[in-house]
Design a binder for this molecule. Structure first.
Ligand code: ADP
Ligand code: MG
Length: 726
């Protein structure tokens, strides 16, 4: 008998046949990098000098485009795009679904004489009006007011995506309702950049820095993912519907040998990686690093950091382009946070810092006392923000997929804390104690004169257990899930830090009004602020039980699940913060709350439906079939006067387990019938507290059946196959 799984395994063994892994072409990255992007050098070449200057200034200063130049820019963009093979353009935006959206329009403009020309106006470039009625709005926009509009974000370059029949010009845009409410994930990021810049410049002014006039947050996103063969994927209805396996016994070999991490990359996988890198490089996405991750079948890609709104757009491209190229290579790319139980899931580390318009990284510890003062003030501001708004930061990484990771000893816990490392940690500790008298202090700490030691930018010990770790000249926010849109974490972080910058600036200015020097004022404010917020600093093992206790003692919030964390969106604190910085109005926040909760509930309900259906229609029949074979065999043996108790017991055990499966299924189905109506907290909480445990019980029995039933009858590809055959 040949099972479907055996056929798939055989097909996979021949995957290499179709591919030629001998080096036959080399593409110089420098020849292709950015070739499909309307970037600075292209603009310079295609635009009149004064227009180019104007546009460049618009981009650098985060301003709105001067309408008088829009027509000229659009025409140049169109000519350039057509040259590359484009026939259409699209306003590319990021609705609250968390994915991207595009509607293509051709440049075609028919003429009276029956011929046609290609046209693209300034208005078409800068503004679009998609029908917004089918995108989630969280109740902001009634369907009669269905119009939304898209507006070009000139700071994120337009680009052309090609396929075999021609190309499309993609214009990155923000998406708002007609009355100006944000309906997307980009708008609040742009608003938060402005808030951060204003507050940051204010703070630097207070510190006597008169040169900086603009600040941008910078982001570098390390993206983890799994690859499995497309045929296995297609044979797993749970993967198809939910992106993760709802069943599956542990493989013989998991990740216990640690032999996959940084291991040599298989030819077929490397070929996929190279293909994706070339495609991304053409789109100007600076992907740089590739390696095997901890779990079998798991990998990572990381780009060089960029201004945050651009880095976010590029992360969306990374996910999309890689998914589609995976299909070409007969792989499926899994971005779910937990595709396989018992193995590491996938996260997305968000490296975050700030750069001023002179090119300085604001989190780079300095070399002069003045630079160090600025660094310590900024560091203190961030720690204050993280502590003050820990629950909000937690909320930004809360979603159904990530609930499997956070706190499960493979990703940071749901408790937000900051890691500073030994040296910086002890300096901050001393400052918090208000003086230089503590035993661990290395020098007399006074911000006016302190010279920081060269802090080690250690690449080995990064304390992977901390959700928010200082790594030499940036923070690494490690709690993000692999599939998630990074807009939320970034705009929350930007806004939280803006608020802290303002706080620090006000405190310092107030002290200076009383006649003290900048250095003394900064020193006092840093010490006072650290004293209050040092509790958020934790350098130990974030996975440990001891930390959970200690964190509770320190009064740090611990919000283990998405429903509770999502509630934070409605807190008065969140409302005040985002309203103050004009990042989100209370209405916009509430809309996002509704969407987040609804998304959580729907995601889980799809899982519940799939789990129930697979148990009833795939697993149960396989077990019954085996039972019938076993019963036949036992009866036949008995009739021949052979066979003993042990064989009879096989049947009894199997039958008992089938009963258990049916009992678990019944309970689960009864639970499903009592789901509360309405997409509110109660509903979400019921899913998490009541149904997820029932689904787990069902899985447990099903997985034990997998280890009992004849392998030839088991309908689902097994972990040992999906993760190791490629
Ligand atoms: P890891 O050891 O965690 O793999 P890496 O040193 O490889 O970290 O860098 C991770 C990411 O941090 C990269 O995407 C890198 O571009 C990014 N990064 C470096 N400097 C900054 C910065 N100033 N702002 C934002 N991201 C940065
Ligand atoms: Mg990292």
């Amino acid at each position: 008998m040949t099972t479907t799984r055996q056929i798939v395994a055989r097909n996979i063994a021949h995957r290499g046949d179709a591919q030629d892994y001998t080096p036959n072409k080399t593409t110089k990255i420098t020849d292709i990098y950015g070739m499909h992007v309307f970037n600075d050098s292209v603009m310079k070449a295609h635009l009149p000098k004064n227009i180019y200057k104007n546009l460049k200034e618009t981009i650098e200063r985060n301003q709105a485009l001067d309408p008088s130049i829009a027509d000229i820019v659009a025409a140049a963009m169109k000519d350039w795009a057509i040259e590359l093979g484009a026939t259409h353009y699209t306003h590319w935006f990021q609705p609250l679904t968390g994915a991207t959206a595009e509607k293509h329009d051709s440049f075609l403009t028919p003429q009276n004489d029956g011929s046609a020309i290609m046209r693209f106006s300034g208005t078409e470039l800068t503004q679009g009006e998609p029908d917004a009625s089918s995108f989630p709005s969280g109740g902001i926009r009634a369907t009669f007011e269905a119009r939304g509009y898209t507006a070009w974000d000139p700071s994120s370059s337009a680009f052309v995506r090609l396929n075999d029949q021609g190309g499309t010009l993609f214009v990155p845009t923000a998406f708002c309702s007609y009355t100006g409410e944000a309906l997307d994930k980009k708008t609040p990021v742009l608003r938060s950049q402005e808030a951060l810049s204003n507050a940051g410049v204010r703070l630097l002014r207070a510190l006597g820095n008169t040169e900086v006039s603009l600040i941008n947050s910078t982001v570098g996103l390390e993206q983890e993912y799994f690859l499995i063969d497309a045929e296995f994927f297609n044979a797993r209805p749970d993967l198809v519907a939910t992106g993760r396996t709802l069943y599956g016994a542990a493989p013989y070999k998991g990740q216990s040998l640690d032999d996959h991490y940084f291991g040599s990359i298989k030819a077929r996988v490397l070929s996929f990686m190279q293909d994706t890198e070339q495609a991304l490089h053409k789109l100007g996405v600076p992907v740089k690093t590739r390696h095997n991750e901890v779990a079998p079948g798991q990998y990572e890609v990381a780009p060089i950091f960029e201004r945050s709104n651009v880095a976010i757009d590029h992360n969306m491209l990374v996910m999309e382009v890689m998914k589609s190229i995976a299909e070409k290579h007969k792989f499926r790319m899994l971005l779910h946070e937990k595709p396989f139980a018992g193995l590491n899931g996938s996260g997305k580390h968000c490296n975050w810092s700030m750069a001023d318009n002179l090119g300085n990284n604001l989190l780079e510890p300095g070399h002069t006392p003045h630079e160090n003062m600025q660094f310590l003030v900024i560091l203190t501001a961030i720690l204050r923000g993280i502590d003050q708004y820990a629950s909000l930061l937690r909320l930004t990484v809360a979603h159904a997929g990530n609930d499997h990771r956070l706190g499960a000893n493979e990703a940071p816990p749901a408790i937000i804390s900051a890691f500073l490392g030994d040296e910086l940690g002890s300096i901050v500790e001393d400052l918090a104690q208000g003086s230089a008298t503590s035993s661990s202090s290395k020098s007399k700490i006074d911000l006016g004169s302190l010279v920081l030691p060269d802090l080690p930018k250690d690449t080995t010990d990064r304390n992977r257990t901390s959700p928010f770790a200082f790594t030499g000249n940036k923070f690494e926010f490690r709690a993000l899930g692999a599939s998630q849109h990074v807009g939320g974490p970034v705009f929350f972080l930007n806004t939280i830090v803006a608020d802290s910058f303002d706080y620090m600036a006000e405190e310092i200015n107030a002290k200076m009004k009383k006649g003290v020097s900048i250095a003394v004022a900064a020193d006092e404010v840093v010490k006072g602020t650290l004293k209050k917020h040092i509790r958020v600093v934790f350098n130990g093992d974030g996975y440990s039980e001891a930390w959970h206790k200690e964190a509770a003692k320190r009064g740090l919030p611990n919000l283990p699940g998405t429903p509770e964390a999502t509630q934070e969106m409605l807190s008065p604190e969140a409302g005040r913060l985002f309203e103050k910085y004009k990042v989100l109005s209370r209405g916009e926040l509430e809309a996002r709350y509704n969407i987040k909760l609804e998304n959580y509930i729907k995601t889980l309900e799809i899982e519940f439906n799939a789990a129930q259906d697979i148990a009833r229609t795939l697993i149960l029949p396989a077990a019954l079939e085996y039972q019938s074979q076993l019963a036949g065999s036992v009866a036949a043996a008995k009739a021949c006067g052979v066979g003993g108790d042990r064989q009879a017991k096989l049947l009894t055990d199997l039958s008992n387990n089938i009963e258990k499966l049916l009992a678990a299924l019944e309970q689960f189905e009864a639970g499903l019938e009592q789901i509360p109506q309405g997409e509110d907290f109660e509903h979400a909480d019921y899913c998490r507290e009541k149904l997820i445990p029932l689904m787990s019980e069902l899985r447990e029995v099903a997985d034990s059946l997998e280890t009992q039933v004849d392998d030839r009858l088991w309908p689902l590809p097994k972990y040992r196959e999906m993760l190791f055959l490629s």
